[in-house]
Design a protein around this ligand. Structure first.
Ligand code: PEP
Ligand code: MN
Length: 260
């Protein structure tokens, strides 16, 4: 094993409209739709998830879809909706950047900038988000080893930004029952090897709604610093990832059943 760059004192503080969320001390309970579909969809989701304890709103404006004819996200219009809902509901927000040319627009709105699984080894994008000062959520690559994932974090930290939050979102294995295989051992490993905070995304790692609650509990039990969960007002009508999204009632039940 190589000697990894270790974070010792970097505090990641997220401004939640006057109140500060200190990552590592307080759990990051990120919730929201896979994709921003409309103002009403995002507003309703934001109000609901906040009312049951989520502290960060998620919503993709640029979606990395396997096929080009699938819904690609609302793009800039999605960012405008995110900005309006953030202001209306008073919640910090996270959204994914796909293209370095969108960095300024994403930076202006996001409290955390998400690098998705497919871009984990997009080294020029990693360097650019490393040059700005917002926290970066670095999702594990689709089939990346822990060494490769830490290497990606080092690309960001080697610029001036050490505010990296790791996100275990499952990896591809020969198990094809679930969408990916959730590698929970990664949580204590990343803590030990890097000192970086790690959250878990049970939605993309399982792809199956009923597995989200047990995997959320397991993630918190092994020390995850938070969860990222997809929530939609009507998952059956979602334009992406409906089968792994919770409706409001299911999310509320989850939040009541976990200790964080
Ligand atoms: C997402 O969180 O919106 C997403 C696309 O996830 P991943 O990059 O983990 O596939
Ligand atoms: Mn999704």
């Amino acid at each position: 094993m190589s000697e990894y760059k270790k974070i010792k004192n970097e505090k990641i503080n997220i401004d939640a409209q006057g109140k500060t969320i200190e990552v590592g001390r307080e759990k990051l309970m990120i919730a929201g739709p896979c994709a921003i579909e409309s103002y009403d969809q995002l507003l309703a989701t934001a109000k609901f998830v906040k009312s049951v304890g989520a502290n960060i709103l998620r919503g993709g404006a640029y979606k990395p879809r396997t096929h080009p004819n699938s819904f690609q996200g609302l793009g800039n219009e999605g960012l405008e909706i995110l900005k309006a809902v953030k202001k209306e509901v008073g919640m910090p927000v996270i959204t994914e950047i796909l293209d370095v040319r969108d960095l300024k627009d994403v930076y202006d709105i996001a409290d955390i900038i998400q690098i998705g699984s497919r871009n984990m080894q997009n080294f020029s994008l990693l360097s650019e988000v490393g040059k700005q000062d917002k926290p970066v959520l670095l999702k594990r690559g689709l089939a990346s080893t822990i060494n490769e994932w830490i290497g990606a974090a080092e690309y960001i930290m080697d610029e001036s930004n050490e505010k990296v939050i790791m996100c275990e979102r499952g990896i591809r294995t020969y198990n094809d029952y679930t969408r990916n295989t959730l590698d929970l051992a990664a949580v204590p490993i990343i803590h030990k090897e890097t000192g970086l905070p790690v959250i878990v995304d049970p939605s993309h790692s399982t792809g199956i709604r009923y597995l989200i609650e047990p995997m959320s509990k397991a993630a918190l039990a092994c020390g995850a610093d938070g969860l990222m969960i997809e929530v939609h007002p009507n998952p059956d009508m979602a334009l992406s990832d409906g089968e792994q999204s919770l409706n409001f009632e299911e999310y509320s039940k989850l939040m009541k059943s976990i200790k964080f």
